[in-house]
Design a protein around this ligand. Structure first.
Ligand SMILES: C[S@@+](CC[C@H](N)C(=O)[O-])C[C@H]1O[C@@H](n2cnc3c(N)ncnc32)[C@H](O)[C@@H]1O
Length: 678
């Protein structure tokens, strides 16, 4: 047993007390301070940078992470970096049809300067290469200004608005650089079954969806049949799961599913209730809840209340989640375990225990991904092979105790907090598990946050037990949604008739979450198979797919009434199957309606268009921007579309005029694409 240093903050506390006595704060000041306390971001701490200090934290990590620092100077540069605000980083969506145009804009100095005016010299946008994987190589950008400053500085407001609108419209996602690495290492592809176990707020889930829908050919009906995968995004916290729906909706993808479960107890889904058809996942991400001390650059309040104890309770939950993940993974599949914690208790210790329990016969392998970082802007380090067990003294939380092993008499005092699995493996075990293949990232190396990431491959069925699959399967719940073709037959038929939808449109992939069928979502084939197969409603479904139809708020029962309008979000999924209410237009008219947001019949020079609009019933219509207009409507078949289609936009035909029916997010994308200044 070894008692370690005493860490006192006493001197600093007494200085502060004296200071406080000198200047008694007013009521308003107290209130302001309380408000600041309630929030936890840089905003609130900016005037208290001296408080970004914690001797216990420094000592703890100087001990645990000593092998990563050549000398004291390097350790201090690590600590100092943790005190700096993070640069802003964003990623262009691989799935967005406008991605190339956006890349051109963001790398065009003149364009950026036009958004910055006189302050043009202070903002620098530069590419950041996180891995050498070609799919992810050219889409991540660094802005040298921290996020909050971008938001607050009125000189940068036009630039900030541009970034914010691009985020809202799904063109880009803002995310810390190293936090993008876990999904990159899973290298997911369309058709795979992906499970994101702890997904909110959904930044990594968005990456999976972006990889699914890259180069998706909406005009090719075969794509729909091949879209057999899904991205299942789960979070235990219902509020956060709800927020995640909002975050993922931006991407308008049919393969998205959001659910709300405790990941460690995630149920087995048996397709059609068949015990032989347990859903197993190709790729799983376990980006588990953690102490987050590697992201103090984002969460400066962590400096004040950091303690080592938190890691021990998180260790147990993290272990349960990873074990469940491995149970759900198919043989040949890969799981990434990641945290934004620096602590080996939440990192290597969790991975080591899983290897110990589940890989007695080499069923699992920690993959070596070192090569993926060669030539990138990111420095990677091997995982730790050993660490120490240190914890606060129960009587003095400024004192750290070191417990050597489970036979240490001191362990009795803490065995309710510290699991035996938190202790480091012996040297042979560490080597056998290949803990060196775990990946660590430090803030001072590449101007990022810190991160811990491990890729584990399941090589064979886990023979020692089936422990990883033992879950209470009894839960049954009411289905949160309905298949439109089953419950809303007349609405379903109306939609097909009104819009002239081909019979081969996968109508069974339309679902609604409301009894009245107010909104109708389109889901991918993979999501449909999963939801149809989940006969016992084991999945606590929050949302799925992309919005395709919305019920008209006005009431009307004439034959001509437009009961459901098409939503721009899902329009592309319908285009190749639709034959009525499409109006083919050239660029001039398309840009005109986008710019003015409405076109009076009297202003339409194209007589054919004007007449056909007059003839059409009032209601939703689609303006399709094409290279060459079809000779007649009958000639506008799929072949014609493939050769001529450029864009499509939802509009409303109101007998004397046509108005656009798109939200400001879609508007932003069209404005950028067609260079429209509003
Ligand atoms: C590190 S965050 C995930 C960040 C997310 N992967 C991203 O990149 O946007 C951990 C998440 O786990 C959730 N969580 C906590 N306990 C959980 C549990 N038992 N099962 C599933 N999710 C849990 C938290 O609500 C939190 O949203």
């Amino acid at each position: 047993m070894e008692k370690d240093k005493l860490f006192t903050n006493k001197k600093r506390k007494s200085d502060k007390k004296k200071q406080n006595e000198k200047t008694k704060p007013s009521k308003e000041q107290i209130e302001e301070k309380n408000q600041k306390k309630n929030k936890a971001g840089w905003d609130n701490i900016i005037n208290f940078t001296n408080e970004l200090k914690n001797e216990k934290f420094e000592y703890y990590y100087k001990t645990q992470l000593s092998e990563y620092f050549k000398n004291e100077e390097e350790f201090q540069s690590f600590i100092n970096k943790l005190k700096e605000k993070l640069p802003s980083v964003f990623r262009i969506s691989r799935a967005h049809p406008f991605k190339k145009n956006f890349e051109k804009l963001i790398t065009d100095e003149n364009y950026i300067n036009s958004l910055l005016g006189e302050k043009s010299n202070i903002v620098k946008v530069s590419k950041k290469i996180l891995t050498n994987l070609p799919e992810w190589k050219d889409i991540v950008y660094n802005i040298n200004i921290p996020r909050m400053e971008l938001k607050k500085n009125s000189d940068l407001s036009k630039f900030h608005k541009f970034i914010q609108k691009s985020v809202d419209s799904g063109l880009i996602s803002r995310q810390e650089a190293v936090s993008m690495i876990p999904p990159m290492l899973l290298n997911t592809k369309r058709g795979e079954k992906i499970f994101d176990m702890c997904a909110a707020p959904g930044s990594k889930t968005a990456q999976f969806l972006e990889s699914f829908y890259e180069n998706y050919n909406f005009l090719n009906k075969k794509e729909y049949l091949n879209d057999t995968g899904f991205v299942l995004a789960n979070d235990f916290n219902a509020k956060r799961a709800y927020m995640m729906v909002h975050q993922l909706k931006r991407l308008n993808t049919a393969g998205m599913v959001v659910i709300c479960h405790a990941a460690q107890l995630f149920p087995n889904i048996f397709l059609n209730g068949d015990i032989m058809k347990r859903v197993q996942y190709d790729k799983i991400l376990a980006d588990v809840p953690c102490s987050s001390d590697a992201v103090m650059r984002k969460l400066p309040h962590k400096w004040k209340n950091w303690n080592s104890k938190e890691s021990y309770s998180l260790h147990n939950l993290q272990l349960q989640i990873l074990k469940r993940g491995i149970g759900l993974l198919k043989v040949g599949g890969e799981i990434v375990y990641s945290t934004c914690s620096l602590n080996p208790i939440e990192n290597e210790a969790v991975v080591a225990q899983v290897m110990r329990e589940f890989s007695q016969d080499d069923e699992l392998e920690i993959l070596d991904v070192n090569n993926i970082f060669k030539g990138s802007d990111i420095k990677r380090h091997n995982g730790l092979m050993k660490w120490k067990i240190m914890i606060e003294d129960k009587n003095d939380r400024n004192k750290l105790l070191v417990i050597n092993d489970i036979n240490d008499p001191l362990y009795n005092e803490f065995s309710d907090i510290i699991s035996s699995s938190a202790f480091p493996p012996n040297e042979d075990e560490s080597k056998k598990f290949k803990l060196f293949n775990c990946n660590r990232f430090f803030p001072h190396d590449s101007d990022t946050s810190g991160f811990f990431i491990t890729v584990i491959k399941k090589l064979k069925p886990i023979s020692s037990q089936d422990k990883s699959n033992k879950i209470n399967e009894k839960i049954e719940r009411k289905r949160a949604f309905e298949f439109v073709n089953e419950k809303f037959e007349s609405e379903f038929k109306w939609i097909y008739d009104y819009y002239g939808i081909d019979n081969d449109f996968p109508g069974e992939q339309l679902i609604t979450f409301s009894d009245l069928g107010k909104k109708i979502n389109f889901i991918s084939k993979g999501v449909c198979d999963l939801l149809k197969g989940d006969k016992r409603n084991q999945l606590d479904l929050q949302n799925a797919g992309v919005k395709l139809f919305k019920k008209n708020k006005q009431k009307g029962d004439s034959d001509d009434f437009c009961h459901y309008r098409i939503c721009q979000d899902g329009l592309m999924y319908l285009i190749p199957y639709m034959h009525k209410r499409l109006f083919y237009v050239d660029k001039e008219i398309f840009v005109e309606i986008l710019t003015k947001k409405e076109l009076n019949y009297n202003d339409i020079k194209d007589e054919n268009l004007k007449n056909s609009l007059k003839e059409a019933k009032a209601g939703c219509v689609i303006f399709v921007h094409v290279k060459k207009k079809p000779e007649s409507i009958d000639k506008a078949d799929n072949k014609y579309l493939v050769e001529n289609f450029i864009d499509a936009i939802c509009c409303f035909n109101a007998n004397i005029k046509v108005t656009t029916m798109i939200n400001k997010e879609h508007e932003h994308v069209f404005n950028l694409k067609y260079n429209i200044i509003q």
